[in-house]
Design a binder for this molecule. Structure first.
Ligand SMILES: [Zn+2]
Length: 133
């Protein structure tokens, strides 16, 4: 497994391919975990399985919980620059708002006839006026 450096915080990370074929950055150090669907930690197993678990710290003192196995914790959870990692493209200007929706200009339908009929009526009226003179 190739160890890379997180471009945000510089921590050593490994890219694990998850079951759905997506590469996920994880902390390079494997952790011991206890499987726990309510766990706050996301663990990627070496076979690409992604599970919810609680990371077990063997040096945590007290009762040592049952360890289900070893996996890699998602680096998104531990990255000290996670906010930047999640929003790689930060722009100071607000996102351009969608152009205002204006109703499309309507033109009289020449096939309808009415538009031109009015013009003809006006022209006829105008010619009648002229004839009077
Ligand atoms: Zn990082």
């Amino acid at each position: 497994m190739e160890i890379k450096k997180c471009k945000f915080c510089g921590a050593p990370i490994v890219w694990l391919k998850t079951q759905n074929g997506r590469a996920m950055p994880c902390d390079a150090d494997a952790v011991k975990y206890q499987e726990n669907y309510k766990g706050k930690d996301v663990i990627v197993l070496s076979d690409g399985k992604v599970i919810k678990a609680t990371v077990v710290n063997p040096n945590g003192g007290g009762l040592t919980p049952i360890i289900d196995g070893e996996g890699y914790i998602s680096h998104f959870a531990t990255c000290t620059h996670a906010d930047e990692a999640r929003q790689p493209r930060r722009t100071d200007s607000p996102a351009p708002s969608a152009p205002e929706q204006k109703p499309a200009p309507t033109y009289p339908d020449p096939d309808a006839g009415d538009y031109y009929a009015d013009l003809y009526a006006m022209a006829k009226a105008a010619s009648k006026e002229r004839r009077k003179w």
